[in-house]
Design a protein around this ligand. Structure first.
Ligand SMILES: Cc1ncc(COP(=O)(O)O)c(C=O)c1O
Length: 462
């Protein structure tokens, strides 16, 4: 690096347009510049260390500084730096597709590589439309997804996203998407309009799944192509599925001939202790979309994995799925992905997550004694802590309080105390935690200790 700290700050402010960033907030303050990572830790340009409690952005499964992955990238770049997957193939894409298919549930054997998660979601929707056009149901094109769920920022994926505030500046978006309730059990009462209070998770799961059937009926089953659901919904703060939810969704999809797309951009590759989230909750999707942890972030890569049935029409003479990306399945990324999954096997990463998840949960649940902590929820190494004004009534914060408390204090102070994670108010305010999968009890304790001090103080500022 040729710039010193001061030059980096200047150039960042003058030239770098960061993503989802309030640039005005850096008019006076420094832009945080992260220069190095090792294991579960990252360091900024001043030499200060932070616990990476978000795995970058749900990405760094094996942690930072893994020379094996850096070497796999260098070796591939020397051998063959680029070749598209447009009618040609290269060995690392072939081998990774083979490995991913071996892990994917049921007959999800067909792997279409992309550059990231949003492109995987676009690909899944386009395949759903194209498949039905080729199989005699050309009207089927609409998508059902859940309230507050995030599925990406490209216009199709954003249209599937259930966050009105994220969409309104870009409307009109791609038409034909519809929202159903999510599975926020903590707020089941509000979600069901007082019909259920969440004390019977099966009943709430059944109710929430049945809303998908209601939406399909309302739109006309002949027009609905797919339902997009995350195994655990991230936005809103980690909503695991109630027991039986996905089994009922599968029945509904079969009844109406609607494809079930499991959006596992976050939930795959060990985040929930399994290669795929659908495996953890025992359901069979028709497609999986994934990205992030596939390479542990050492190169960008995503994938849409489809069942044999969905590829069949495209195996006919002359047929083609007219869709692709220059960098989808880039050789360096697929070589890294392959080595990443080998390391998962060599180091028993899935088992490590499954063994440690009860103690991760128990450590975070200690925070429930704080007056501001309303709920601690999640599975695997994927948790949300919902902050409330009043625990008894579950009253949440006003927009002004949220701004002052969440962004003005919690977010900044956690970082200042050495914890990199995310305060999010896309639904009710939550702190999101998803550490690298190599994290152990010492990291859980560190998170709990920093959160305890900062959240306790936040309550006094109300
Ligand atoms: C569930 C889900 N789908 C899609 C995406 C979009 O992925 P990307 O940012 O790689 O385009 C994300 C990103 O966080 C996600 O969480």
């Amino acid at each position: 690096m040729s710039m010193d700290n001061e030059q980096l700050q200047r150039a960042a402010k003058d030239h770098l347009w960061m993503h989802f960033t309030r640039h005005g907030s850096y008019a006076e303050a420094d832009v945080p510049v992260i220069v190095r990572g090792e294991g579960a830790y990252i360091w900024d340009s001043n030499g200060k260390r932070y616990l990476d409690a978000l795995a970058g952005l749900f990405v760094s499964q094996l942690g930072h500084g893994r020379t094996e992955l850096a070497e796999a990238a260098a070796k591939q770049a020397q051998e063959l730096a680029f070749m598209p997957l447009w009618s040609y193939a290269h060995p690392s894409a072939i081998e990774l597709a083979d490995k991913v298919a071996s892990y994917a549930p049921g007959d999800l054997n067909r792997v279409f590589f992309t550059s990231g998660g949003g492109e995987a979601v676009e690909t899944a929707w386009k395949l759903a439309k194209n498949y039905f056009k080729l199989t005699g149901k050309p009207m089927k094109h609409k998508v059902v997804s859940r309230s507050i769920a995030y599925h990406g920022t490209t216009q199709g994926a954003l249209s599937i996203t259930g966050l009105p505030l994220l969409k309104q500046q870009f409307e009109p978006l791609v038409p034909s998407t519809f929202r159903v309730p999510n599975t926020n059990s903590y707020r089941a009462d509000e979600i069901t309009g007082g019909f259920l209070d969440g004390s019977d998770p099966e009943a709430f799961g059944r109710w929430a799944a049945d809303q998908i059937a209601v939406a399909i009926e309302a739109e006309g089953p002949d027009t609905v192509a797919a339902v997009f659901l995350e195994p655990v919904q991230n936005a809103g703060g980690c909503f695991p599925p109630p027991p039986g939810y996905f089994q009922r969704v599968r029945e509904i999809c079969d009844e109406y001939d609607v494809l079930l797309v499991s959006d596992e951009v976050i939930c795959a590759f060990g985040r929930l202790g399994h290669m795929f989230g659908s495996e953890r909750y025992g359901y069979q999707p028709d497609m999986i979309t994934c990205a992030k942890g596939l390479t542990s972030g050492y190169a960008p890569l995503g994938a849409m994995i489809a069942s044999e049935k969905l590829m069949e029409p495209f195996l006919e003479p002359g047929a083609m799925f007219a869709h692709g990306y220059t960098f989808g399945g880039h050789p360096v990324s697929t070589a890294v992905g392959l080595r990443n999954l080998e390391l998962f096997e060599e180091e028993n990463i899935l088992e490590h997550v499954r063994t440690n998840e009860p103690s991760f949960r128990a450590t975070l649940e200690r925070l429930k004694d704080l007056p501001i902590v309303g709920d601690v929820r999640g599975d695997g190494y994927f948790y949300g802590i919902e902050l409330v004004k009043d625990k008894d009534t579950k009253e949440t914060f006003t927009a002004e309080e949220c701004e002052r408390l969440l962004f003005g204090f919690v977010s900044k102070t956690l970082y200042a105390e050495g914890l990199y994670c995310r305060a999010d108010d896309r639904g009710d305010p939550v702190v999101q935690l998803a550490p690298p999968l190599i994290a152990d009890q010492s990291h859980f304790d560190e998170m709990e200790q920093i959160l305890r001090v900062v959240l306790d103080k936040a309550y006094t500022l109300l």
